[in-house]
Design a binder for this molecule. Structure first.
Ligand SMILES: Cc1cc2nc3c(=O)[nH]c(=O)nc-3n(C[C@H](O)[C@H](O)[C@H](O)COP(=O)(O)OP(=O)(O)OC[C@H]3O[C@@H](n4cnc5c(N)ncnc54)[C@H](O)[C@@H]3O)c2cc1C
Length: 216
């Protein structure tokens, strides 16, 4: 096909010549194209393309922690739930009420805690909403702390989010952290891709619209 995906092939460097990108340096290979779209995360772009001169000093990461719990019996028949005024924010019923996934955004307090402390907190909070938890036995648990989950939309950050076009004619930026108009979300990432495609087709002399209007 026209598209090929290379796994485990990190870009080490974007190579520039004059006002253009001349290639993309992998460990053992230099790739060439007419047009380039970077979808690198903000913490990588500076090292891979310092020539862009992006000021990303205001960007900070925010962690998301996911807690997976397997019980010996169903503890809920809800498909999902939002837990108000607790550390745990979301519950997703993954398998017959016995396997639930709990999600905490901006989980800075949990990052400092040990795995066992996180599980104990989750069980205590869950038992307050779902009494069946008290009678159930926890068979297995996983705690995943994603430290670089999202960027923090601090006041003033919008001005630092770069738009898709760069100072180089054939290079465009995408990624949830670019100026998508949305916060760090999958939708924001998709919108940034559409915006990069719009900027690229305009630069190529064949402008096209890809961005879908927001639902009213
Ligand atoms: C636990 C968790 C839960 C989330 N939940 C939600 C949710 O419920 N709803 C929602 O909308 N969003 C959620 N998000 C946020 C959402 O996942 C992100 O906003 C989105 O994935 C960002 O997409 P992206 O393409 O900009 O970046 P990423 O998905 O981070 O992709 C960047 C890619 O670049 C690759 N890369 C890095 N360096 C190099 C290199 N040198 N060369 C080549 N490739 C490189 C990385 O491997 C990665 O694949 C969640 C995120 C996390 C971590």
């Amino acid at each position: 096909g026209l598209v090929s995906t290379r796994l485990r092939s990190p870009v080490e460097r974007i190579r520039f010549q004059g006002a253009e990108v001349s290639g993309v340096q992998l460990r053992d290979e230099l790739l060439h194209a007419d047009w380039y779209v970077s979808a690198l995360p903000f913490e990588r772009i500076g090292a891979v393309a310092p020539e862009l001169g992006l000021d990303l000093s205001a960007f900070r990461h925010s962690p998301i922690t996911t807690i997976h719990l397997w019980f010996d019996r169903p503890i809920t028949d809800l498909p999902h739930a939002a837990l108000l005024d607790r550390t745990i924010q979301w519950l997703f019923n993954k398998e017959g009420g016995r396997y639930v996934q709990l999600v905490v955004s901006a989980s800075n307090t949990l990052v400092e805690m040990s795995r066992n402390e996180v599980i104990a907190l989750a069980l205590a909070e869950l038992a307050g909403f779902l009494p069946e938890v008290r009678a159930a036995t926890l068979e297995k648990a996983h705690v995943i702390k994603e430290i670089r989950a999202t960027f923090v939309p601090v006041p003033g950050l919008e001005a630092q989010r770069p738009a898709a076009p760069t100072t180089f004619n054939n290079l465009f930026l995408a990624g949830d952290w670019t100026r998508s108009g949305w916060p760090a979300t999958m939708e924001g990432a998709v919108r940034s891709g559409y915006l990069a495609a719009e900027a690229l087709t305009a630069a190529a002399g064949h402008p096209r619209k890809f961005l879908l209007p927001d639902p009213r």
